[in-house]
Design a protein around this ligand. Structure first.
Ligand code: URA
Length: 275
């Protein structure tokens, strides 16, 4: 095969390799060179305290036991709870969330996505986690699902941009960081961020919470099964809560918009005091 043939073959091979990666879920490039994570050096493990104290290596100083004690295991949810409790305002909570380093998702995220909308709103919408667009922009629900969400709530006179609390929305997510490949957040990730979500809701003090999809339903009620739960008012954190299907689901299943419309009318009636 001549040079032209080689170039064509390389081009097809590269395209096939790219298509394979896209099939595996790769949706962005984060470095110029690949990293073989199976070939990284073993992390250095701290010596067990008892063995090290009993037999200091020759030529090495006998370190005081206090210096050799392994770091105590931290419970991320407890750390989050303490940090959230210290936040006395939404701005302080935003800083506390941004400073929280115990969630692995943060390492792969471009932005901490905290909230959008009017903090004086009666309605707080709780979504799942940022997607690609939200991660890039640092605001929740700005991609296609977010645009549908805006149109849905505009149909009952509510908007995140409204300065009027009666007509306004406030939007946040259970997870402030994008999970890789938009996978569902894991239960441990939800559990560790839940104290922040609870504090967020307490500080914003909405009249009504709308959860969009399974993850926020689970985070606030401990139950899954959004298709069964949707449209039925319940309570969480002492507030009325309306479960709705996620707008991303509606984009994939337009026939479900009928039920979503019924849920929006139920929200409207509730806000008018007729729910
Ligand atoms: N889906 C969500 O649940 N939240 C967002 O912010 C975007 C998409």
């Amino acid at each position: 095969m001549g040079i032209a043939g080689d170039i064509t073959a390389d081009w097809h091979a590269a395209l096939a390799a790219l298509a394979w990666q896209v099939d595996l879920g790769v949706d962005e490039v984060i470095g110029d060179t690949p990293v073989d994570r199976y070939d990284l050096p073993e992390p250095i493990k701290p010596a067990p305290v008892a063995a090290a104290a009993a037999a200091p290596a020759a030529g090495r100083p006998n370190l005081a036991p206090a210096l050799m004690v392994e770091a105590p295991q931290v419970d991320p949810a407890e750390v989050a709870r303490a940090a959230a409790a210290r936040a006395g305002s939404l701005e302080a909570l935003r800083e506390a969330v941004a400073a929280f380093d115990l969630c692995e998702l943060k390492k792969g995220a471009r932005n901490t996505v905290f909230c959008d909308g009017n903090p004086a709103a009666r309605v707080l919408i709780l979504g799942e986690a940022p997607g690609r667009d939200e991660d890039m922009e640092g605001r929740p629900f700005v991609g296609r699902a977010g645009q549908l969400l805006d149109r849905m709530f505009a149909a009952i006179g509510l908007a995140r941009t409204s300065p009027d609390a009666e007509a306004a929305l406030y939007i946040t997510n259970v997870m402030p960081w994008r999970p890789p490949g938009n996978r569902d957040p894991e239960p441990a990730e939800v559990a560790m961020m839940r104290p922040f979500v609870e504090r967020h809701i307490a500080l914003m003090d909405p009249k009504v919470i709308v959860v969009m999809g399974n993850t926020p339903l689970f985070a606030l009620t401990g139950h899954k099964g959004i298709m069964r739960a949707r449209g039925t008012w319940t309570k969480a954190l002492d507030r009325p809560l309306l479960p709705m299907v996620h707008p991303a689901y509606l984009l994939r299943n337009p026939s479900a918009k009928r039920e979503a419309w019924a849920d929006l009318l139920s929200l409207q009636a509730h806000l008018r005091g007729k729910g």
